[in-house]
Design a protein around this ligand. Structure first.
Ligand code: PLP
Length: 403
């Protein structure tokens, strides 16, 4: 929790919201030139806030871990949808960024992000045309495929455009998208390598069902089994003389499992950047019940804007401020014993009956997010802070780019 009293004590008077007119704050926010000019207390709420010290530490930890394992690092941008974060990951050693949708990839490419990997196939009206156009702009982009007709269609579009397009075969290791590992996948690759304008890169294999398995040993068992099928497919291709030097997969929950599997060459985690309550619950290798390999860096900053009784306050962050797909609510940081319940589109109720510290009308409350990816997609901007001070504002470039 950030109370007005605490912020007043911590920051010079000129930085506090109490003494500053909104017109001034508004101008600073609009200019984007915020460093040293605003504190968290100045921010309008609800705001999506990312802690930069924590983000930098998460990026450094993942990058150095994977480097030590000799694996590539291609973080999934579906989590943050923000070119600035993709750039920072690349500065730490990432080879590029994954994208879930062509719209996300297009906007990242327009902001200069290279090494893009589309993790699902380009099926559906206009997607092939857009894929070929993106390949023209950024030839190192890799597109996932899982169907022979789609491969032929992509090749034909590339041929007509006079382009070469890089493709990876998406393996169904999680019961979502992809082609069945083993013989069916090998058959598809044999079809790919016969195409005139496609360049086969290797295997995309995301075992999403393993990412949140509770307990490290259970997760390890699940992921080794799933990724083992991908590695076996790679070996089958190699036995047939088809070069397959690249196999990408993994997640925040399995990075320290998959990066130890012989044959997996690259890890594509996303949530480690922000973390969320969902991930906190899965348990770590060394940390027991709480998964704390990475820091919780993402919060929604809210204001207590009604206090009908001493038992609870109403916050200005409700269903529109968080993704609500998880069966547990946001958690108010630093308000031990409080319980948040969604209380409508714009309202959240914070139960204070078990809380020792007071939360008063106008106080700021920071809430840890249940599920980071879809929550980020609700905001245009990430407010980047170091401690109490606002450091930068980053655009969520891929917000709503789900087409
Ligand atoms: C294909 C793919 N790869 C990687 C990830 C990253 O997973 P996580 O955010 O759990 O690290 C996701 C997330 O949904 C995904 O869909």
């Amino acid at each position: 929790m950030v109370t007005r009293r605490l912020v007043l004590a911590a920051a010079p008077a000129v930085l506090t919201g109490a003494s500053r007119p909104w017109s001034e704050v508004e101008k600073i926010l609009a200019s984007g030139n915020v460093k040293g000019k605003l504190s968290k207390e100045d921010l309008p709420t609800p705001s999506l806030v990312v802690d930069l010290d924590g983000l930098e530490s998460n990026i450094a930890r993942m990058a150095s871990y994977l480097k030590a394992q000799g694996r590539g690092f291609r973080p999934h941008a579906k989590t943050h949808k923000c070119a600035e974060i993709a750039r920072r990951c690349m500065a730490a050693g990432a080879v590029g960024a994954c994208a879930a949708k062509i719209g996300e990839a297009e906007v990242l490419a327009a902001r200069g992000i290279k090494g893009l990997l589309l993790t699902t196939a380009m099926v559906g009206k206009y997607r092939i045309e857009r894929a070929v156009r993106l390949s023209t702009k950024q030839p190192d982009t890799i597109f996932s495929v899982d169907n022979a007709q789609n491969v032929s269609d992509l090749n034909e579009a590339a041929r007509v455009a006079g382009r070469r397009v890089r493709v990876a075969v998406d393996l169904a290791v999680s019961g979502r998208t992809g082609i069945t590992p083993g013989a069916p996948a090998v058959g598809l690759v044999e079809h790919i390598v016969k195409q005139s304008n496609l360049d086969f890169q290797g295997i995309q294999a995301y075992a999403g069902h393993c990412a949140h398995i509770v307990g490290f040993e259970n997760r390890k068992k699940g992921s080794e089994e799933a990724m083992g099928r991908a590695v076996e497919t790679r070996r089958m291709l190699e036995r047939k003389g088809i070069a397959c030097g690249w196999l990408s997969g993994g997640s925040t929950g399995t990075y320290n499992i998959d990066s130890h599997i012989d044959g997996v060459t690259e890890i594509q985690p996303g949530s480690f950047l922000f973390m969320d309550i969902d991930y906190n619950r899965i348990g770590g290798k060394e940390t027991g019940a709480v998964y704390s390999d990475f820091k919780n860096t993402l919060t929604v900053l809210a204001t207590a804007y009604s206090k009908p009784s001493d038992d609870f306050v109403i916050l200005d962050a409700g269903l529109k401020a968080f993704a609500t797909d998880r069966p547990f609510p946001p958690e108010a940081r630093g308000v031990a014993g409080s319980k948040y319940t969604f209380s409508g589109d714009e309202h959240g109720k914070l139960d204070l009956r078990e809380v020792a510290a007071k939360v008063n009308l106008g106080d700021r409350v920071e809430l840890v997010i249940p599920h980071c990816d879809p929550s980020v997609n609700l905001y245009d901007k990430l407010i980047v802070v170091r401690g109490e001070q606002v450091e930068a504002i980053w655009t969520v470039d891929g917000r709503g780019k789900g087409q």
